[in-house]
Write a protein that binds this ligand. Structure first.
Ligand SMILES: [Mg+2]
Length: 176
């Protein structure tokens, strides 16, 4: 089955504009060095921690990786889904949606997409999907756990994570 790839629908300037990039806490992650294809689920995953995924996806894409959003929402919900991702300021290369006539299960859908697009890592909140992908594909499945609210005792750590100083300097500060 050839799943259509819906490209990121917004113009480049919009995607690179300040509304996508310059919020506190969004920039500054050190990107990974290898080029990989990542698959990320929406409901229960991105929707549960949009800020976290915005940051992760920006770092992955800036480093040259390819990001597929893989959702079991059916293709009839494309417009609504593109708008949701835009409202959460989530960038991606391709959106893959479950075909309206898909005759098999959701784990089957995820497995088929992973194999067809040769995805290296899937992030999903359904254990069923993760296990199907783990057992039937070479792709690594990562189970999305909810990110806990930052407790007060850890708030001070933010200074070291986001400050405009080198990692060496930060490491030195932390050990003093
Ligand atoms: Mg999900």
């Amino acid at each position: 089955m050839a799943f259509p790839e819906y490209e990121f629908p917004w113009p480049d300037e919009f995607m690179k504009g300040p509304q996508w990039r310059d919020e506190p806490g969004v920039t500054g992650k050190t990107p990974v060095r290898s080029f990989l294809r990542f698959g990320i689920d929406i409901d229960g995953t991105i929707s549960r921690a949009p800020k976290h995924f915005q940051r992760l996806i920006n770092a992955l894409m800036d480093a040259g990786n390819t990001v597929y959003i893989i959702t079991a929402r059916d293709a009839g919900r494309r417009e609504e889904t593109e708008e949701l991702l835009a409202s959460l300021r989530i960038r991606y290369h391709y959106l893959i949606m479950k075909p309206i006539e898909w005759p098999y299960t959701i784990p089957d859908f995820k497995v088929e997409v992973i194999l067809e697009k040769d995805i290296h890592m899937l992030i999903d909140d359904e254990e069923e999907n993760c296990w199907a992908v783990e057992l039937r594909t070479p792709c690594l499945a990562v189970h999305m756990l909810p990110a806990p609210i930052v407790s007060e005792e850890f708030e001070g750590l933010g200074h070291h994570v986001w400050a405009e100083e080198t990692w060496e300097q930060q490491a030195k500060d932390l050990t003093q």
